[in-house]
Design a protein around this ligand. Structure first.
Ligand code: NAP
Length: 314
């Protein structure tokens, strides 16, 4: 089976290229090789290629840049997924498009399910929601996978920033009034496998129709093989940035990493004057439906942070 990864130079895309390379014929495209902002290039390059599945991890992921460059955000995050979806529809290939917890406004205080209404409060969130809708309009079997707070070894994220700060400074603070779930790119690679055409669960090309296992018949999760839909997928549990940061330092201490501070102070979202875009205060995703359809349970966020620190922080 040939799997195309768009966004191969990114935090998640790089992991998918490496991990799936063990099992599948993987063709990765990084930004320099394929530009989401060049529809004709997408059509000519991908149209000429034979493949069974395409995973789009590429996006304009800089939330504040999206706020000040909405045209670019909607072109890359909103329109490009439609084109990728059309290409996959024409080939009857699986299309998995990665989206975000930032499609929610953050008003809830319990994990967001796929049935909750997306109400973005930033251009990034709006453009990602537009991409979800466009992908599904173009190909009803498109699978939209919303993830949150992705971290991994291929590109620094919040956890790497915190550890760097703690190595260099006596005082480090992190936001204590914003909740989500850190999600490990290495785990996502494994957790997404059931949705690839050759995976062990369900029939080839059936995607979320794997729900034959549970008999779930909600729209978007019908056992009709032509259905795609939206799926939430994150490691389990929830935390603030402060708790995430504190646990990262605790793991560093355990691993013998030298730090100047071992305690993370609290700051508030309102103090973050450098943020241009609004961020949802609460954007925990419920992976319950994922668990129901696949029988897999994502690991708790503390376990995956511990693994990351043990394996990649020196
Ligand atoms: N990271 C998170 O916390 C998080 C949370 C929720 C959802 N997500 C979603 O998860 C997916 C993967 O995120 P990630 O963390 O892997 O982000 P990332 O590291 O920023 O990767 C995104 C990739 O897209 C590429 N890209 C940007 N503009 C492009 C363009 N015009 N054409 C082609 N490629 C372009 C980037 O390349 P360059 O860097 O070379 O420009 C980068 O390699 C995204 O859809 C994101 O919205 C991420």
């Amino acid at each position: 089976m040939r799997v195309v990864i768009v966004g191969a130079g990114g935090r998640l895309g790089a992991v998918l290229v490496r991990e799936y390379g063990h099992d599948f014929d993987v063709v990765g495209f990084n930004h320099a090789q394929l530009d989401l902002g060049a529809p004709e290039q997408l059509r000519s390059t991908l149209g000429a290629l034979d493949f069974d599945a395409l995973i789009n991890t590429a996006a304009q992921t800089n939330v504040d840049r999206c706020e000040t460059n909405p045209e670019e955000a909607f072109a890359l995050n909103g329109e490009a997924p439609r084109i990728l979806s059309e290409i996959c529809a024409a080939k009857k290939a699986r299309f998995i498009h990665i989206s975000t917890d930032y499609v929610f406004d953050g008003a809830k205080r319990a994990p967001y399910t796929e049935k909750d209404e997306a109400r973005p409060i930033s251009v990034y969130g709006e453009s990602k929601m537009a991409g979800e809708q466009a992908a599904l309009e173009a190909y009803e079997r498109a699978l939209i996978v919303r993830v949150s707070w992705v971290f991994g070894p291929d590109r620094p994220s919040f956890i790497d920033w915190v550890i760097k700060q703690a190595r260099e400074h006596d005082e480090v603070k992190a936001i204590a009034d914003k909740w989500a779930t850190p999600t490990y790119a290495l785990d996502l690679a494994q957790l997404l496998k059931p949705f690839l055409p050759v995976a062990g669960i369900g029939d080839p090309g059936r995607g979320v129709s794997v729900n034959a296992k549970t008999g779930v018949t909600d729209p978007g999760y019908s056992s009709d093989p032509s259905y795609g839909g939206i799926l939430h997928l994150a490691n389990t549990g929830e935390c603030t940035w402060q708790e995430y940061a504190q646990w990262a330092l605790d793991c560093c201490h355990e691993a013998g990493v030298a730090l100047k501070t071992r305690t993370i102070g609290a700051s508030s979202l309102a103090e973050m004057k450098s943020f241009i875009a609004k961020r949802p205060v609460y954007s925990v995703l419920s992976s319950q439906h994922y668990m129901d359809v696949t029988g897999n349970t994502p690991r708790p966020w503390r376990d995956v942070v511990a693994d990351y620190v043990r394996d990649f922080i020196r």
